[in-house]
Design a protein around this ligand. Structure first.
Ligand SMILES: *Cc1c(COP(=O)(O)O)cnc(C)c1O
Length: 232
């Protein structure tokens, strides 16, 4: 058994366990395999182990992998910071974008989404830990952004995404995840129809699931640690 196969199985089992612990439906949580910095061959192996959805942070790296994996029916999610000069390539090549935190970026993605493709699925990134990270819309500003994005024709607003600031070893805080769940609930009460809470990574996905995550973005636990140096 390859490492990727056994890691994927272990991750799936941990997801199921986390869901059961809080009496959630096991299939209410989907797994996004974060393949940034790993090779097309690693993605192929994960696909052979039954994984179809992959997350990438860097546009060019993702396009190179897509070109090598055209024979597979993969679903690609862009989860990295979005530069305005990259929106066209993102709109043309991805099924989901998780890090939208400005209307201008959303407008570009909508304008640039090709007509022959279904609307681009969007999660709005929320800055729930209001310090370290500069990305993400402030919780108070999510509502206005959500209404504006929902009105764009070539986008489908699916939900919210967060990357809570890392905390000291062993102490993963549930509060930011719980706040995200409340935000999503409040927006849906106001007539939005969002079904996705994209939150939880290798070290904290169980806590995220406990607090309502519907999509966890897991890299290291599946592919190993990213030793080769990350791009910036
Ligand atoms: C890299 C990354 C992940 C995966 O993180 P791991 O700790 O390797 O599981 C998830 N989400 C985003 C936005 C990332 O950039």
């Amino acid at each position: 058994m390859t490492a990727i196969l056994s890691n994927l199985q272990a991750t799936r089992e941990a997801i199921i366990q986390a869901a059961r612990n809080v009496h959630r439906e096991v299939n209410s949580v989907s797994l996004l395999a974060v393949s940034k910095t790993f090779s097309a061959q690693a993605v192929r192996e994960a696909y052979q182990a039954g994984q179809c959805a992959f997350g990438e942070n860097y546009v060019q790296e993702a396009l190179d992998k897509m070109a090598q994996l055209q024979d597979l029916p993969l679903q690609w999610h862009f989860i990295g910071p979005i530069q305005s000069n990259k929106t066209r390539l993102i709109a043309e090549n991805f099924a989901w974008v998780h890090g939208v935190d400005r209307l201008k970026i959303a407008q570009r993605l909508s304008e640039q989404r090709p007509a022959h493709l279904p609307p681009l699925n969007i999660c709005l990134q929320v800055n729930v830990s209001a310090e370290a990270s500069k990305s993400g819309v402030a919780p108070e500003a999510v509502e206005a952004l959500a209404h504006a994005v929902a009105a764009l024709p070539r986008l489908c607003l699916r939900g919210l995404m967060a990357i809570p600031a890392p905390v000291d070893a062993g102490e993963i805080q549930a509060a930011p995840f719980a706040q995200m769940q409340q935000l999503l609930h409040a927006l849906n009460q106001q007539g939005m129809a969002m079904d996705t809470l994209s939150m939880g990574m290798s070290h904290d996905f169980s806590v995220a699931i406990q607090e309502g995550a519907t999509m966890v973005r897991v890299g290291t636990a599946i592919f190993g640690s990213r030793t080769s140096g990350e791009h910036t």
